[in-house]
Design a protein around this ligand. Sequence first.
Ligand SMILES: Nc1ncnc2c1ncn2[C@@H]1O[C@H](COP(=O)(O)OP(=O)(O)O)[C@@H](O)[C@H]1O
Ligand SMILES: O=C(O)[C@@H](O)C(=O)COP(=O)(O)O
Length: 455
Amino acid sequence: MAIVLGGIADDFTGATDLANNLVRAGMRTVQVIGVPQDALQEGTGSGLDLSEVDAVVIALKSRSCPVDQAISESLAALEWLKAQGARQLFFKYCSTFDSTPEGNIGPVADALLEALDSTQTAFVPAFPINGRSVYQGHLFVGDRLLNDSGMQHHPLNPMTDADIVRVLSRQTPHGVGLLNHATLSEGAQAAGERLATLKAQGVRHVVCDSLDERDLEVLAEALVEHALVTGGSGLAQALPAQYRRKGWLAQIDDAAVLSPAQGAAMVLSGSCSRMTLKQVAHFTQQHAAFALDPVKLNASDAHFEAALDFAREQLAAAAPRPFLIYASAEPESVKAAQVSLGVKQAGELIECALASLASTLVAEGVGRLLVAGGETSGAVVSALDIRELRIGGQIDPGVPWTQAPHPAGPHPAASLSSPDAVLSLALKSGNFGGEDFFTRAFETLDIPQSSEETA
Ligand SMILES: Nc1ncnc2c1ncn2[C@@H]1O[C@H](COP(=O)(O)OP(=O)(O)O)[C@@H](O)[C@H]1O
Ligand SMILES: O=C(O)[C@@H](O)C(=O)COP(=O)(O)O
């Protein structure tokens, strides 16, 4: 059976965020890591059982890579999703519009539009429940403009301008317009007419205001027939109701309830976002933690070995408690490391170290793993060679527990759903989650949740 929605996410935490909202709105969703290669080679079936699946989200690591690579990976994802019959494509990027003047949001959206033979798409970064809203084309995080929200210090894509029409205009040769809140408040028909007027004027890209869930519902109604929509995961909460209205989607029950995996609990954090820094500070008050330093990592292997020794000590305890290894640091020390090593190398050193710690320690007894940071999650999940994630209960908005087949292989006697055979994995976006997220996440893992309970 054909899928309804095909998601292309530019990072792994973003993919999980999108899949989470689709599941919560009643779509049976599979998240895959990268474009399934076997299917591309065969050019036919998917290699996945999609018989009872409404949406597939492909997680890419294309947010900060060179533009050409982001385009080619996104087009490969599009081709695969089209082959599965997707009626609508959703290009998921960050609710803080993480990008640079080179891209990758504008160029990828242009390439996807062209491949779909389509001439207009909408940009809807808002995620109101997490404080991301757009007014007169300006992106707010809580009550701060984007450029004053902490995102101006992001290690890879500092966001120094909150005017999304202007930011996007630097990334595309095509016209960028605005669907503003005044029009939106007149309802879906007015919104649709505005989109049509802009289209007649040749405006390919329309940034959409949205302050709350109601605005997203109006947008979903106005956009449901568009071949491509783009944005944060907020819009994905509202689209399934429109698919149902059109008869594309049956009424489905609950999000999957996953039994927690066995094994020790570990947090790896490579995010330097404000909220992650608070979460690290909160966790370290009560739990063992090791701070990774990119300059020391570069100087010798001893620093990496010390991190590994620290983790092994935790695993050797009779009843291991959750522990943390983190590179998360304040903007001044990130800057200092970047001046000394270069931005790219500092980031890569940490991503490689955390990825390598993950694969070693998962093989040695970690069964419940929380990763903080989008790029960091990409590096860790790739190192674990995980291809597919099932989405479970939500911990905080935008972050569910997920489950993957255990990378070290199932215990010979275990069935696929047995706790021995799986790894519980939570991929946390930098700024998501409450201050006690790292501790609470492991507590919620023990309580099966349904989408209704967590709504
Ligand atoms: N102390 C540090 N110095 C320099 N770069 C760092 C440091 N800690 C983490 N990084 C890098 O910063 C980037 C953070 O990005 P990411 O993992 O996507 O987090 P977020 O989700 O907060 O954006 C990663 O590439 C990471 O390796
Ligand atoms: O839309 C969002 O905010 C998230 O899903 C997301 O993409 C966050 O990215 P990172 O903070 O880099 O994890």
